[in-house]
Design a protein around this ligand. Structure first.
Ligand SMILES: [Fe+2]
Ligand SMILES: [Fe+2]
Length: 169
Protein backbone atom coordinates (compact mmCIF):
# COMPACT_ATOMS: atom_id res chain seq x y z
CA UNK A 1 0.00 0.00 0.00
CA UNK A 2 2.84 2.36 0.90
CA UNK A 3 3.81 2.83 -2.75
CA UNK A 4 0.24 3.78 -3.73
CA UNK A 5 0.11 6.98 -1.67
CA UNK A 6 -0.50 10.21 -3.51
CA UNK A 7 2.20 12.91 -3.21
CA UNK A 8 0.70 14.75 -0.27
CA UNK A 9 -0.11 11.57 1.65
CA UNK A 10 3.42 10.29 1.09
CA UNK A 11 5.06 13.52 2.23
CA UNK A 12 2.75 13.82 5.25
CA UNK A 13 3.53 10.23 6.25
CA UNK A 14 7.24 11.13 6.16
CA UNK A 15 6.55 14.17 8.36
CA UNK A 16 4.71 12.04 10.94
CA UNK A 17 7.49 9.47 10.94
CA UNK A 18 10.20 12.06 11.59
CA UNK A 19 8.11 13.74 14.32
CA UNK A 20 7.83 10.36 16.02
CA UNK A 21 11.60 9.82 15.74
CA UNK A 22 12.27 13.25 17.28
CA UNK A 23 9.93 12.36 20.18
CA UNK A 24 11.76 9.04 20.61
CA UNK A 25 15.09 10.88 20.63
CA UNK A 26 13.88 13.24 23.32
CA UNK A 27 12.79 10.33 25.52
CA UNK A 28 15.85 8.18 24.78
CA UNK A 29 18.43 7.35 27.43
CA UNK A 30 21.87 6.17 26.53
CA UNK A 31 24.31 7.32 23.89
CA UNK A 32 23.93 4.29 21.60
CA UNK A 33 20.18 4.68 21.36
CA UNK A 34 20.44 8.43 20.85
CA UNK A 35 23.03 8.12 18.12
CA UNK A 36 21.00 5.48 16.27
CA UNK A 37 17.88 7.64 16.41
CA UNK A 38 19.70 10.81 15.36
CA UNK A 39 21.26 8.99 12.41
CA UNK A 40 17.88 7.65 11.36
CA UNK A 41 16.40 11.15 11.61
CA UNK A 42 19.22 12.52 9.43
CA UNK A 43 18.75 9.79 6.84
CA UNK A 44 14.97 10.19 6.71
CA UNK A 45 15.28 13.96 6.36
CA UNK A 46 17.98 13.70 3.70
CA UNK A 47 15.77 11.41 1.62
CA UNK A 48 12.66 13.51 2.25
CA UNK A 49 14.26 16.83 1.33
CA UNK A 50 15.79 15.25 -1.76
CA UNK A 51 12.55 13.81 -3.15
CA UNK A 52 10.84 17.14 -2.52
CA UNK A 53 13.61 19.08 -4.21
CA UNK A 54 13.96 16.66 -7.12
CA UNK A 55 10.28 16.07 -7.82
CA UNK A 56 7.66 17.91 -5.76
CA UNK A 57 9.06 21.43 -5.54
CA UNK A 58 9.91 21.68 -9.27
CA UNK A 59 6.33 20.63 -10.02
CA UNK A 60 5.15 23.47 -7.76
CA UNK A 61 7.14 26.04 -9.74
CA UNK A 62 4.72 28.64 -11.12
CA UNK A 63 1.80 26.95 -9.31
CA UNK A 64 2.34 28.04 -5.71
CA UNK A 65 3.46 31.39 -4.31
CA UNK A 66 7.04 32.00 -5.32
CA UNK A 67 8.08 33.38 -1.92
CA UNK A 68 6.76 30.33 -0.11
CA UNK A 69 8.63 27.99 -2.44
CA UNK A 70 11.89 29.92 -2.15
CA UNK A 71 11.63 29.98 1.62
CA UNK A 72 11.08 26.22 1.60
CA UNK A 73 14.38 25.68 -0.25
CA UNK A 74 16.23 27.92 2.22
CA UNK A 75 14.57 26.16 5.17
CA UNK A 76 15.74 22.82 3.76
CA UNK A 77 19.27 24.14 3.41
CA UNK A 78 19.24 25.59 6.93
CA UNK A 79 18.16 22.19 8.25
CA UNK A 80 20.93 20.50 6.24
CA UNK A 81 23.58 22.54 8.07
CA UNK A 82 22.39 21.02 11.35
CA UNK A 83 22.00 17.58 9.75
CA UNK A 84 25.64 17.70 8.65
CA UNK A 85 26.71 18.83 12.13
CA UNK A 86 24.75 16.05 13.82
CA UNK A 87 26.10 13.42 11.43
CA UNK A 88 29.66 14.58 12.01
CA UNK A 89 29.24 14.59 15.80
CA UNK A 90 27.98 12.29 18.50
CA UNK A 91 26.16 12.21 21.84
CA UNK A 92 29.42 13.10 23.62
CA UNK A 93 29.34 16.56 22.06
CA UNK A 94 28.24 19.31 24.40
CA UNK A 95 25.65 20.64 21.93
CA UNK A 96 24.49 17.37 20.33
CA UNK A 97 21.07 17.19 22.01
CA UNK A 98 20.57 20.92 21.46
CA UNK A 99 21.29 20.54 17.74
CA UNK A 100 18.76 17.72 17.43
CA UNK A 101 16.19 19.78 19.35
CA UNK A 102 16.72 22.90 17.25
CA UNK A 103 16.55 20.78 14.08
CA UNK A 104 13.20 19.42 15.28
CA UNK A 105 11.92 22.96 15.81
CA UNK A 106 13.08 24.05 12.35
CA UNK A 107 11.37 21.03 10.82
CA UNK A 108 8.21 21.69 12.81
CA UNK A 109 8.00 25.20 11.37
CA UNK A 110 8.77 23.98 7.86
CA UNK A 111 6.17 21.20 8.03
CA UNK A 112 3.60 23.76 9.16
CA UNK A 113 4.36 25.88 6.08
CA UNK A 114 3.86 22.84 3.86
CA UNK A 115 0.75 21.45 5.53
CA UNK A 116 -1.08 24.60 6.62
CA UNK A 117 -4.73 24.56 5.63
CA UNK A 118 -5.73 26.69 2.65
CA UNK A 119 -2.50 28.67 2.16
CA UNK A 120 0.12 25.97 2.82
CA UNK A 121 2.25 24.65 -0.02
CA UNK A 122 0.41 21.35 -0.32
CA UNK A 123 -3.00 23.06 -0.29
CA UNK A 124 -1.86 25.50 -3.00
CA UNK A 125 -0.41 22.67 -5.06
CA UNK A 126 -3.63 20.68 -4.83
CA UNK A 127 -5.68 23.72 -5.76
CA UNK A 128 -3.45 24.28 -8.78
CA UNK A 129 -4.31 20.78 -9.97
CA UNK A 130 -0.92 19.04 -9.76
CA UNK A 131 -1.09 15.35 -10.63
CA UNK A 132 -0.60 14.02 -7.10
CA UNK A 133 -0.84 10.36 -8.09
CA UNK A 134 1.94 10.67 -10.65
CA UNK A 135 4.13 12.75 -8.31
CA UNK A 136 3.48 10.29 -5.47
CA UNK A 137 4.52 7.37 -7.64
CA UNK A 138 7.70 9.09 -8.79
CA UNK A 139 8.67 10.15 -5.26
CA UNK A 140 7.97 6.66 -3.88
CA UNK A 141 10.29 5.20 -6.53
CA UNK A 142 13.08 7.70 -5.81
CA UNK A 143 12.65 7.23 -2.06
CA UNK A 144 12.98 3.48 -2.39
CA UNK A 145 16.15 3.72 -4.42
CA UNK A 146 17.73 6.38 -2.14
CA UNK A 147 16.92 4.34 0.98
CA UNK A 148 18.59 1.28 -0.50
CA UNK A 149 21.59 3.34 -1.54
CA UNK A 150 21.98 5.15 1.81
CA UNK A 151 21.57 1.97 3.83
CA UNK A 152 24.44 0.45 1.86
CA UNK A 153 26.78 3.44 1.74
CA UNK A 154 25.69 5.62 4.67
CA UNK A 155 23.87 8.94 4.33
CA UNK A 156 25.87 11.30 2.09
CA UNK A 157 26.59 14.86 3.17
CA UNK A 158 23.57 16.97 2.28
CA UNK A 159 23.76 19.13 -0.85
CA UNK A 160 22.56 22.71 -0.54
CA UNK A 161 21.30 24.81 -3.43
CA UNK A 162 20.54 28.18 -1.82
CA UNK A 163 23.38 28.87 0.59
CA UNK A 164 26.73 30.28 -0.47
CA UNK A 165 28.66 28.27 2.09
CA UNK A 166 29.99 31.40 3.76
CA UNK A 167 32.74 30.37 6.10
CA UNK A 168 31.88 31.23 9.68
CA UNK A 169 35.22 30.39 11.26
FE1 LIG B 1 8.18 17.99 3.68
FE1 LIG C 1 10.06 20.44 2.67
Amino acid sequence: MADKLDAVALLKADHRKVEDLFAQFEAAKGDGKKKALAEQICMELTVHTKIEEDIFYPACEGKVEEDLLKEAYVEHDGAKVLIAEIEAGGPDDEFYDAKVKVLSEMIEHHVEEEEKRAEGMFAQARKAGLDMDDLGERMAAEKKSLMTQYKATGTPRPEVSTLEGTSLA
